[in-house]
Design a protein around this ligand. Structure first.
Ligand SMILES: [Zn+2]
Length: 168
């Protein structure tokens, strides 16, 4: 890369602002970001790079990220478990309705007709509620899965930053 008299520029690891690195800064020298104050170490390889001087905040962030992931995984397991319970509940409801209408085999009467209408209404409402709950739970599972993926991505980036910084 062009190492002019004005020095080179590299991006802050934390806020991505450009930091000018004067020529007199050697490999391993510390330089702080003028925007956010994050301290870096200069890495002079085939091109000039900046790595974090202190990885403690990165390790803290990683630990917090791990906690977040544990929480999301627990929520996800809970959501999946209750999803199964909901499906079983619906099955039992349908079986009960079939039993009421089919197996009792009472002679046709107004009472039976009203009962059938009542059962149909209740079953319909239950199905509607179950459907809504299914959708809500499926959405929750999708959202949690996405959050988990984001956390995994973040952990990967943090580990990479720590590796970069400790290799020096
Ligand atoms: Zn910065």
């Amino acid at each position: 890369m062009a190492d002019g008299a004005a020095g080179t520029k590299a991006r802050c690891v934390s806020c991505r602002e450009e930091i000018a690195i004067p020529e007199q800064y050697a490999h391993g020298d510390h330089i702080a970001c003028g925007t956010c104050g994050t301290k870096h170490k200069v890495v002079r390889g085939d091109r000039v790079r900046l790595v974090m001087a202190d990885v403690t905040p990165l390790r803290d962030a990683l630990a917090q990220n791990q906690q977040t992931m544990n929480r999301i995984q627990a929520e996800l397991a809970h959501a999946r478990a209750s999803f199964g319970i909901g499906a079983n509940g619906l099955g039992i409801g349908v079986a009960f309705a079939v039993y009421q209408v089919g197996w009792k085999g009472e002679p046709l009467s107004m009472t039976l007709l009203w009962n059938a209408i009542g059962i149909a209404l209740v079953t319909g409402l239950l199905l509607e509620a179950a459907n809504w709950a299914f959708l809500a739970k499926r959405q929750a599972i999708t959202r949690l899965s996405e959050e988990l993926q984001e956390s995994q991505e973040e952990a990967r980036t943090l580990r990479q930053k720590i590796r970069d910084a400790t290799r020096l």
